[in-house]
Design a protein around this ligand. Structure first.
Ligand SMILES: NC(=O)c1ccc[n+]([C@@H]2O[C@H](COP(=O)([O-])OP(=O)(O)OC[C@H]3O[C@@H](n4cnc5c(N)ncnc54)[C@H](O)[C@@H]3O)[C@@H](O)[C@H]2O)c1
Length: 311
């Protein structure tokens, strides 16, 4: 019998669609139980994870029956994909299924940071009346710089167009034809730093993108942009980001992802509610709607893939 382990939360309706003949173990906290995973993983043909389950080489080497990994999301940095490729383990991400949710997060954060809503809100609630003392801005007419031009960036672009935002993108791996067909200008990284009022990051975390945003890049930013990172922690150097904010190289930031999650105390201790910033718990892509889409999609793919191995 095909055995499937689910190690993180999954939409319950979607779970009902998993093939009746499969033997399913659903433990939404199993990701945190290293001993359980090491002991039990040899028994499973398929595993369904989000981003907290670390499927590294050490664990995968024990997974002798494993044929399929369903990823309830898109980033694959918690999975040793090279090992999977070399050992015939198929990895299925939920490509595009939560892109709308993340795109809405980016627009929401852009507006909130430009209008300094969090600061204005705190001051008003505290009995101040900062009607003219805090300068706020329109999004209309601003330049948005998208780092990476994949699924999520394309959704952000579509929403940004409704606000009369002019969009440029840096992505060496997409063609000029591709960006032209979306009416977006393909530029260099330096041009993003020169021209963008809003920078939104949508790339995977790898050796090339690690600390792509550091002191060196922040000091080159000409327009004191706001920065939004809903991709992966570690693409922005958090210490350098705070320096850039306190030195006025940037005018605000929204972080949904952090170098360590949950976000560490040292970073948090430097944040005050007088700052133009938004911190969220890696939930940009986790709305009710996207959770249902992501779960249903991965269940469907799990059924399709693993039913070929039924006795
Ligand atoms: N916060 C959340 O809840 C959440 C949800 C979904 C996705 N994500 C993350 O968002 C990011 C983007 O997801 P996506 O679905 O758009 O991915 P995608 O694969 O569709 O697009 C990524 C793009 O980045 C480009 N790229 C790769 N390396 C680059 C580099 N060095 N410089 C510039 N561009 C580069 C690729 O060419 C590609 O076009 C990923 O890191 C993903 O893990 C976060």
């Amino acid at each position: 019998m095909i055995k499937i382990l689910i190690t993180e939360f999954l939409n319950q309706e979607a779970l009902k669609n998993l093939h009746q003949d499969f033997n399913i173990t659903y433990r939404s906290e199993a990701w945190s139980d290293k001993d359980y995973l090491e002991k039990e993983i040899p028994n499973f043909d398929g595993i369904i994870v989000r981003n907290k389950t670390k499927l590294d080489k050490f664990l995968l080497e024990k997974a002798l029956k494993l044929k399929f990994i369903g990823r309830l999301g898109v980033g694959l940095d918690n999975i040793d994909t090279e090992y999977c490729k070399n050992n015939n383990i198929f990895v299925q991400p939920a490509t595009g299924m939560n892109a709308d949710s993340v795109a809405e997060y980016v627009i929401n954060s852009s507006l909130t940071l430009l209008k300094k809503t969090t600061i204005v809100n705190v001051q008003t609630q505290n009995g101040k009346w900062p009607r003219t003392t805090i300068n706020t801005m329109e999004i209309s007419g601003k330049t948005l710089g998208l780092i990476g031009f994949g699924n999520i960036s394309k959704k952000v672009l579509k929403l940004a167009n409704a606000f009369d935002v002019s969009t440029i993108t840096f992505d060496p791996y997409v063609s000029l034809e591709e960006t032209n067909s979306h009416n977006v200008r393909k530029v260099s990284f330096e041009e993003i730093l020169n021209f963008a009022d809003i920078i939104s990051i949508h790339v995977p975390l790898n050796n090339e993108t690690k600390y792509m945003f550091n002191n060196e890049s922040f000091i080159k930013m000409k327009k004191k942009p706001i920065i939004i990172n809903s991709s992966r922690g570690g693409i922005i150097n958090e210490t350098d980001l705070l320096n850039a904010y306190f030195n006025n190289n940037i005018s605000g930031f929204a972080l949904d992802v952090f170098e360590s999650e949950p976000v560490n105390e040292t970073f948090l201790s430097k944040i005050t509610n007088e700052m133009n910033c938004i911190l969220t718990p890696h939930n940009a892509g986790v709305t009710e709607e996207s959770n249902e889409r992501v779960s249903k999609f991965i269940i469907k793919k799990t059924n399709e893939f693993l039913q070929n191995f039924k006795d």
